[in-house]
Design a protein. Sequence first.
Length: 335
Amino acid sequence: MILYDFDYERPNTLQEATALLRQTEGKARLLAGGTDLLPNMRVQVLKPTMLISLGAITPRPPQAELDGSIRIDALTRLADLENSEFVRREIPMLAESAHVVGGNQIRQVATLGGNLCQETRCLYLNQEHDYQFTAPCYKRNGDCCYPFPGNKPGTCWSVYMSDTAPALIALSANVDIIGEAGVRTVPAETLFTGNSLEPLWLARTEIISSVVVPPIPTGFGWGYHKSTIRGGLEFAMANIAVALWLENDRKTCAGARIVVGAVSEGPLRALATEKSLVGQVLNADLLWKAADDASNEINPLPHHGFTRNYLNENIRVYLRRTLITAFERAYGMDA
Ligand SMILES: Cc1cc2nc3c(=O)[nH]c(=O)nc-3n(C[C@H](O)[C@H](O)[C@H](O)COP(=O)(O)OP(=O)(O)OC[C@H]3O[C@@H](n4cnc5c(N)ncnc54)[C@H](O)[C@@H]3O)c2cc1C
Ligand code: SF4
C-alpha cells in the first residue's frame, strides 16, 4: 500500500519540535525510528498530516545523576541501550527488555521513547485488505469490533505490547515530558490510560524527553521474560518484569513489583500479590503461590488468537520462573 501525502519537518531541537506540534494543533506526529508509526500509517490506523522527524537530534548517552539515578534520553536507540556496557551493568533488566524487541534491524533505528509511545495492537486492526475488514472498527473511528462484537459499543480491547514499559515500571522509572508549560515528570506507570482508543496520558503536543531510573535498592534482584510464539522477531504474547528487594537478612522481602505487559490496554501491576510478599521470608513455595495469585489478579485480555485461559497459564508458569530468578539474584545465588 502506498503512503498518502503528508508534510515533513526536521527540527534541530525538542523545543522546535514542540513548537511545530503546537502549530499543527495535534494533527502532526513525531517520527522517531518510524518502526511503529509508518506501518500504522500504511494501514491507515493513524493519519497525521505532518511528520516531525526527530532524526536531526542526537541523544545524550545514558548517564548517572548526582543522586544515583540514571537518565536515559528518550531518543536513545534500542540497540544502543542493549549494547551499552553502562546500562547492562547498572540496569540490566532494561537492557534485556530492549534486547528482545523485534529484530536487530528494528532495534538499530527504534527508540526508547517510540517504544513507550507505540500504538496498541489487534489482529484485526493492523491489516487493511480490500477483501476483509473493510468496515472500520472503533479504533479506526468506525462502529464495530470484529473479535469482541458482544462488548459495550465503543469498547476496544487492542493490547499495548511494549517490551520496555513493564521493565521501566518494575524499576519505578519516571519520564520527563516536554510540553507547552515546560517539563513535567511522572512515574512511567501513570502514562497509561487503560483505554486502548487513547492509550497514553500524553497530549499530542507533548514529547517524552528522557526516562529516569531511580537508584536501585540494596538487596535487589530482577527477572524478565517475554513469551512469543516463535521465540524471536515477534511481539509478545505476554511479557513479565519482576523487581524484588530483600532486607539485610537476605531472606525477608522488603519490596516487590510485578508487572505484566502485552495482555491489556497498558502494563498491569499485580498490586495485591506484591503487597502479600512484603515482610515475608521468601522461599520457593511462597513464590510459586505468588505466581498463581498474580496470574489470577492480572486477568489477561484474549489477543492475537491466544485465549484468556492460555495467557493466564502462560503468565502463571513464567512468573514462577521469573520470581525465582529475581529472588536468586537478590540473594546473590547468581553471582
Ligand atoms: C517487524 C516489527 C517487529 C516489532 N516487534 C516489536 C517487539 O517485539 N516489541 C515491541 O515493543 N515493539 C515492537 N515493534 C514496534 C516498534 O518497532 C517498537 O515499539 C519501537 O521501539 C518503536 O520505536 P520508534 O522509535 O520506531 O517509534 P516511532 O514509530 O517513530 O513512533 C511510535 C509512536 O511514538 C511517538 N513518539 C516517538 N517518540 C516519541 C517521544 N519521544 N515522545 C512522544 N511520542 C513519541 C510517535 O509519534 C508515534 O506515535 C515492532 C515493529 C515491527 C515493524
Ligand atoms: S479490539 Fe479494538 S482494534 Fe480490535 S477490532 Fe475491536 S475495536 Fe478494532
